[in-house]
Write a protein that binds this ligand. Structure first.
Ligand code: 6MZ
Length: 370
């Protein structure tokens, strides 16, 4: 697949439609927004802005430091109004680089002091989806997604056919710090919000904390009730847990940095798709350099994989950037990268109706990108 001219070459990766399946809401906030919010808190005397500014602008962080940063981010962002704002901006940013389908994940949070429940947190996220005006957002408020593929989103989509369109579905994250009861509460919330675009559950959070057996009852329940499940798996060495996670046969796993031979064999025999987060893995030093990343082996062995950003704000990346990085590091051509982007449709947790729409989008883009 060739570029139309040199002047458009730099934009090719942005123009290409893309599917993003591993993006954490609070990891994807614009730096400018984070700094603005931190400055406001600084003025109120809740934090010391100059200290926080340094932490936000720091580039290289170990995995442990990343989770400290998330605690700080949550301090800055977790009120209803801000959750709505960051959701809106994150959708706008992904849509701006032609992400046509986004599975956005976030951890429902409770904060009694400001009257926030897990449910009201999620309502604030949904309001963020509805607040997007410059892009058509289909977030799956469908009568029957499987049969029609047509949605009835509540923002002003009906009359604005020449706007960009993005399909957004939500995954609710269970944080590894949570108890079995708290994890169960998140799954129950996801079930109640199935008709508002929630399609699955994610297990994430600091991998050095928590035990698999704590989350298993909630994850099993989610699966039994028809929710898809994705797991952060093998972000740190933990052989037993990786085996247990693979034997659970989740819909997808993220990262897979510390898998051993027998894990790889199992992963491949179960054909579990892997969400690949190149920049995140390098920045957190989970992988020593990008050229030795397991992307290469999985790609060559045609194992199902999808490129993802993880935390585009925290790691200063974008999905287009992840495609450029993979193409340049592993010497993969544009046609093949387009196929990689398109094949991610097979691993989405959204329904068949959405898949058909995405197939159409990719088919027409193939002609335009020629
Ligand atoms: C594990 C991660 C993560 O849910 O508040 N999160 N968990 N590994 C990662 N790789 C670096 N990046 C983000 O978004 C932030 C939360 O997502 C999880 C962590 O639990 C983090 O607190 P939300 O929107």
């Amino acid at each position: 697949m060739a570029t139309r001219s040199d002047s458009t070459a730099g934009n090719w990766w942005q123009m290409m439609p893309k599917v993003e399946l591993h993006a954490h809401l609070n990891g994807s906030i614009r730096d400018t927004t984070l700094l603005e919010l931190a400055r406001e808190l600084g003025e109120k005397g809740s934090i010391v802005f100059s200290d926080v500014e340094q932490v936000i602008m720091k580039n290289d962080r170990s995995l442990r430091e990343v989770f400290k940063l998330f605690d700080l981010i949550h301090l800055i962002t977790t009120d209803h109004k801000t959750v709505t704002r960051i959701t809106k901006e994150v959708i706008e940013d992904f849509a701006a680089e032609n992400v046509v389908y986004l599975e956005l994940r976030t951890t429902p949070k409770r904060n009694a002091s400001i009257g926030m429940s897990k449910e009201s947190y999620l309502q604030a996220v949904l309001e963020g989806l509805m607040a997007v005006k410059n892009v058509d957002v289909d977030f799956g408020q469908e009568v029957n997604e499987g049969s029609t593929g047509n949605s009835h989103p509540t923002n002003d989509v009906c009359c604005l056919s020449n706007k960009k369109k993005i399909y957004v579905r939500l995954l609710l994250s269970i944080d590894r710090r949570e108890s079995t009861e708290a994890a169960m509460e998140t799954v129950e919330l996801a079930l109640r919000l199935k008709r508002s675009g929630v399609v699955g559950i994610d297990l994430s959070g600091n991998p050095a904390i928590g035990e698999w057996k704590t989350f298993l009852p909630a994850l099993k329940f989610a699966k039994e009730e028809g929710l898809s499940v994705t797991l952060h798996c093998g972000e740190v060495p933990n052989s037993q847990e990786v085996h247990a996670m693979l034997d659970f046969i989740p819909g997808r796993i993220g990262h897979a940095c510390f898998l051993e031979e027998d894990h790889w064999r199992k992963l491949k025999s179960y054909k579990i798709p892997v969400e690949i987060c190149l920049t995140s893995n390098i920045r957190t030093e989970s992988i020593s350099s990008v050229d030795v990343h397991h992307f290469a082996d999985l790609y060559e062995s045609r194992h199902p994989i999808t490129l993802c950003t993880d935390d585009s704000g925290v790691f200063s990346t974008s999905l287009s950037n992840e495609f450029v990085l993979a193409a340049s590091t592993f010497g993969i051509g544009k046609k093949e990268m387009y196929e990689l982007a398109r094949d991610a449709i097979n691993f989405i947790f959204g329904g068949d109706g959405v898949k058909e729409k995405l197939e159409e989008i990719f088919a027409s883009a193939a002609v335009e990108l020629e």
